[in-house]
Design a protein around this ligand. Structure first.
Ligand code: ATP
Length: 193
C-alpha cells in the first residue's frame, strides 16, 4: 500500500485543515521541537484504527481533538483522511472522525464501516496502526528488546497475515456459539421425546 496524502482537521495541534502530500521517494518531516512531527505519525496510526490512548500519548481518545490555546477555542471534532493506493493500484480513502461525546466513525471510499473493517483492510495490505513500518521515537530500542513471540508478531504483520489471525478468532468464536446452540437444541429435542 502506498500512502499518498494525509488531511488533518482539528487533530491535536493541526487545528486548521492541513494537507500533507506524500510524494514517491523518501519524505522527511523536519521542524522545531513540539511543532507536531510525531502528531503526524499518530494521525496515520489513528486513522488506521488505533484505540490505545497510550500510543496516542493521551489520557482518553477525545484528547486527540484540538484542545484550544490561550487565543483559540477548542474544537468539537477531529478528522483524519488518508488517501492511498492499494496493492492492485486502486484508490483507497479512509476517514476517521471523532466528535466530543459521540465517539469515532469510519468511512472507507465513502461508505460507513466498522473499526474492525478498517483494521482488516490495512492488515490485509500488510500495514496498520501497529505496523513496524511506522517507526516512532523509542521504537528501535523496543524492537531490539522484544521477546521472540513479539518479534514473530511483527514479522506476521509485515507478511500481511495478521488479518488472517483476526478472521480465525472470529470464526472460532462463531463455531463455539454454534456448538452451544446445537447442544441446547439436542437438550430441547430430548425433552420432546
Ligand atoms: P519533538 O521534536 O519534541 O519530538 P514534535 O515535533 O514531534 O516534537 P509533537 O509531539 O508532534 O511535536 O507535538 C506536540 C505539540 O502538539 C505540543 O505543542 C502539544 O501542545 C500539541 N498538542 C498535542 N495534543 C494537542 C491537542 N489535543 N490540542 C492542541 N495541541 C495539542
Amino acid at each position: 500500500m502506498l500512502i499518498k496524502q494525509l488531511r488533518l482537521s482539528g487533530f491535536k495541534s493541526f487545528v486548521e485543515p492541513s494537507t500533507l502530500r506524500i510524494e514517491p521517494g523518501l519524505t522527511g518531516v523536519v521542524g522545531p521541537n513540539g511543532c507536531g512531527k510525531s502528531n503526524l505519525l499518530e494521525a496515520i496510526r489513528w486513522v488506521m484504527g488505533e484505540n490505545s490512548p497510550k500510543s496516542m500519548r493521551s489520557g482518553g481518545m477525545e484528547d486527540v481533538i484540538f484542545a484550544g490555546t490561550a487565543s483559540r477555542p477548542p474544537r468539537d471534532f477531529a478528522e483524519v483522511v488518508l488517501s492511498a493506493e492499494d496493492g492492485d493500484g486502486d484508490e483507497l480513502e479512509v476517514v476517521r472522525r471523532i466528535e466530543r461525546g459521540a465517539g469515532s466513525a469510519y468511512r472507507v471510499n465513502g461508505k460507513d464501516v466498522r473499526a474492525k473493517d478498517v483494521a482488516l483492510t490495512f492488515a490485509d495490505a500488510a500495514t496498520g496502526a501497529h505496523s513496524p513500518a511506522l517507526v516512532s521515537q523509542g521504537k528501535i530500542a523496543q524492537v531490539i528488546a522484544a521477546k521472540p513471540v513479539e518479534r514473530r508478531m511483527m514479522l506476521e504483520e509485515a507478511a500481511g497475515i495478521a488479518g488472517l489471525h483476526v478472521r480465525r478468532r472470529d470464526a472460532e468464536s462463531k463455531l463455539r456459539s454454534t456448538e452451544k446452540n446445537l447442544e441446547r437444541l439436542e437438550d430441547l429435542m430430548a425433552g420432546l421425546d
